[in-house]
Design a protein around this ligand. Structure first.
Ligand code: FAD
Ligand code: NAD
Length: 395
C-alpha cells in the first residue's frame, strides 16, 4: 500500500515541534512528511517585542528551518499557503498544490481588529520578522523627522493599543529604547509621550492584581501614561480616537489588542470562533479525522469550560500530542487526548524587570526577569537543543 502523506502548514511553535517529534518517532518509509512555511526561517515569536522596539536585532529572533529539521526525513517547502480544501484533501500553495492524507494546521494567528475602523490601514502590529523590522525603522524615523519639523510633537507620540501581555512587553522595551534614541537624535526626552490604551477596567485583565499594579508602577516610572477602561474607537492617519471622544495625535500606533485564527480556516469552511477551530480531545477538527489544528489556530477549553489563552506554551504541548496521534493513526494504535498543563506565565517589563506566576508562586523584579530568560531559553532548547540556546539565547 501507498505511504501515507502528512502535510504540516506553518513552522511556528506548533508546526516545527510537530515536525521535530515526527522525524524522531517515525520509522523509515512509514510516512512522507512535508513542512510548508512562508519563510525559510522559524521566528521566535516570544522575542519579537525586543526587535520591534529596537532593543535587539531581528536576526536574533529567527532560526533557519533547515537547521532544525532533518532534510532526509522531512521535505521542507518554502511557500505561502493560499487555500485549504479539506473535501479534496488538498492544499493550494502560491506555487503548486499538495495532497495529503493527514493535515496539521499551525498557521498561527492574525491581529484581531474587531472591525475598528482604520486599524488595518494605519496601525502596526507585532507578528513577524518583517513586521517588527518595519516597526523598529518606523520608530527611529520619527526621531529623524522631528528634527526637521520640531513643531510636530505627534512624531514623538507613541500609542500602544491593548494592555495584554504583548502590549505590556512591547511597552517595556520601547521605554528602554526611547532614552537612547533621544540621546542619539538630541531630542528632549520630556517631549516624548508613550500611551498604553486599554479597554478593560485593568491592564492585563485576568492576571494577578498585585502583579498588575507592580507592572504598571514600573512602566509609569519609565514614562508611560496608561489610559485604562478606555477603548480605541478609531485609528486615523493622525492617531487614534478614543471611546470618550478624545483624540490623541500620534504618528505611531502599535495595535496589540488581541489575535484571532488564520482567515484561511473560515475560507475552507471549517466552523470557527474568531477564526479558531474548537478541536476535539485528540486535537482534530470536528468532522475531519485527518486534520489536526494547533496553536493560535485552535481553541481548547479547560475542564471548567474556559478557553485557554493562545500561547507558545500550549502550542508546544499540543505538538507533542499531535505527533503522537499522527504516528498512532498510521500504526492503527490508540490516540491520546490532550490536557494542558500550565507551567505559569512570566512577562518582561524591559531590561531587568518582569512579573509572573510560576507554579503558584508570584515573582517580580530582577528575579522574574532571570526566570523569563530561562523560560525563553527552554523554548530554544526544545526546538534546537544546546547549540540554539548558545546561538540565539539572550542573556
Ligand atoms: P506561530 O508561531 O505564529 O507560527 C505560524 C507560522 O506559520 C509562521 O512561521 C508563519 O510564517 C507561518 N505562516 C503563516 N501564514 C502562512 C501561510 N499563508 N503560508 C505559509 N506559512 C504561513 N507565548 C508564550 O507562551 N510565552 C511567551 O512568553 C509569549 N510571548 C509572546 C511575545 C510576543 C511579542 C508575541 C506576539 C506573542 C507571544 N506569545 C507567547 C504567544 C505565542 O508567540 C503564540 O501563541 C505562538 O507563536 C503561536 O504559535 P503557532 O504555532 O500557532 O503559530
Ligand atoms: P490579548 O488578547 O491577551 O490582549 C489584548 C488586550 O487588548 C486586552 O487586554 C483587551 O482588553 C485590549 N483591547 C481590545 N480591544 C481594545 C480596544 N478597542 N481598545 C483598547 N484596548 C483593547 O492579546 P496579546 O497581548 O496579543 O496576547 C496574545 C496571546 O499571547 C495571549 O494568550 C497571551 O497570553 C500570549 N502572550 C504571552 C506572553 C508571555 O507569556 N510573556 C507575552 C505575549 C503574549
Amino acid at each position: 500500500s501507498r505511504i501515507p502523506r502528512i502535510v504540516i502548514l506553518g513552522a511556528g511553535y506548533g508546526g516545527i515541534v510537530t515536525a521535530i517529534r515526527l522525524q524522531k518517532e517515525l520509522n523509515y518509509n512509514e510516512a512522507d512528511v512535508t513542512l510548508v512555511n512562508k519563510h525559510d526561517y522559524h521566528y521566535i515569536t516570544t522575542h519579537l517585542h525586543m526587535p520591534a522596539a529596537g532593543t535587539d536585532n531581528p536576526e536574533n529572533a529567527r532560526v533557519n528551518i533547515l537547521k532544525l529539521i532533518d532534510e532526509f526525513k522531512i521535505d521542507f517547502v518554502k511557500s505561502t499557503v493560499v487555500q485549504i480544501r479539506p473535501q479534496e484533501k488538498k492544499v493550494i500553495l502560491e506555487e503548486g498544490t499538495l495532497s495529503y492524507d493527514y493535515l496539521v494546521v499551525g498557521l498561527g494567528g492574525e491581529p484581531e481588529t474587531f472591525g475598528i475602523p482604520g486599524l488595518k490601514e494605519y496601525a502596526l502590529s507585532i507578528r513577524s520578522i518583517n513586521s517588527v523590522r518595519f516597526i523598529r525603522e518606523h520608530i527611529e524615523y520619527q526621531f529623524a523627522r522631528f528634527k526637521r519639523e520640531p513643531n510636530r510633537l505627534d512624531y514623538l507620540t507613541f500609542i500602544v493599543g491593548g494592555a495584554g501581555f504583548t502590549g505590556i512587553e512591547f511597552i517595556g522595551e520601547i521605554t528602554d529604547r526611547i532614552p537612547k534614541l533621544c540621546k542619539e537624535y538630541d531630542v528632549d526626552p520630556s517631549l516624548v509621550k508613550v500611551y498604553n490604551v486599554e479597554a478593560a477596567p485593568t491592564a492585563l485583565p485576568g492576571f494577578d492584581p498585585e502583579l498588575v499594579e507592580y507592572a504598571m508602577n514600573v512602566l509609569q516610572n519609565k514614562g508611560v501614561t496608561f489610559k485604562i477602561a478606555t477603548a480605541i474607537k478609531e485609528c486615523t492617519p493622525d492617531g487614534v480616537i478614543l471611546a470618550t471622544g478624545e483624540e490623541i495625535k500620534a504618528a505611531t500606533v502599535v495595535w496589540t489588542g488581541g489575535i484571532r485564527g488564520n482567515h484561511m480556516l473560515d475560507d475552507a469552511g471549517f466552523e470557527t470562533m474568531r477564526g479558531r477551530i474548537k478541536v476535539d480531545e485528540n486535537l482534530r477538527a470536528p468532522g475531519h479525522d485527518n486534520v489536526y489544528v494547533l496553536g493560535d489556530c485552535s481553541l481548547v477549553f479547560s475542564p471548567e469550560g474556559r478557553p485557554y489563552p493562545p500561547t507558545a506554551q500550549i502550542s508546544i504541548q499540543q505538538a507533542d500530542i499531535c505527533a503522537h496521534n499522527l504516528v498512532a493513526s498510521i500504526r492503527g494504535e490508540q490516540l491520546k487526548s490532550f490536557t494542558y498543563e500550565s507551567k505559569g506565565t512570566v512577562a518582561s517589563l524591559g531590561r531587568g524587570e518582569a512579573i509572573g506566576i510560576v507554579g503558584s508562586r508570584k515573582v517580580k523584579g530582577g528575579m522574574a526577569a532571570i526566570m523569563k530568560k530561562v523560560i525563553d531559553m527552554r523554548y530554544l532548547y526544545i526546538i534546537g537543543g544546546i547549540p540554539l540556546v548558545l546561538k540565539k539565547g539572550r542573556f
